[in-house]
Design a binder for this molecule. Structure first.
Ligand SMILES: [Zn+2]
Length: 113
């Protein structure tokens, strides 16, 4: 058996056998923030860090379904070039994008108008 080098859930490179996405979220002004990997771990099994970053990219595009839905944040004192996402934003985006037949078949959330 070979040891995995990347997390099966979020796709991040493992550090000392552990996924950085399993670190606790940050709380800032009462809101929870995580890196793309951390956010991925709080969402569905089919959500990986790359998908979270794609959502953030779509959030920056004008006039799209996800425009403005997942802004990136740079938190005070947590610089190092890391982009943080608010868990509440990501949860909403997951709901908005959870319209595939796979999601529906699994009885996942359906968007409410
Ligand atoms: Zn992971």
């Amino acid at each position: 058996m070979t040891h995995a080098r990347h997390c099966a859930h979020c796709g991040s490179a493992l550090a000392a056998g552990r996924c950085p996405g399993t670190e606790p979220l940050l709380t800032h002004d009462g809101l929870e923030y995580g890196t793309a990997a951390q956010i991925a771990h709080r969402l569905g099994e089919d959500v990986d860090a790359a998908l979270v970053r794609r959502w953030a990219y779509r959030s920056r595009r004008p006039r799209g379904k996800l425009t403005g839905a997942l802004p990136g944040h740079h938190l005070p004192g947590r610089g190092r070039g890391v982009t943080w996402y608010q868990l509440g934003h990501a949860t909403r985006v997951e709901m908005l994008t959870r319209t595939s037949t796979v999601g529906l078949r699994r009885g996942e959330l359906t968007p409410v108008a």
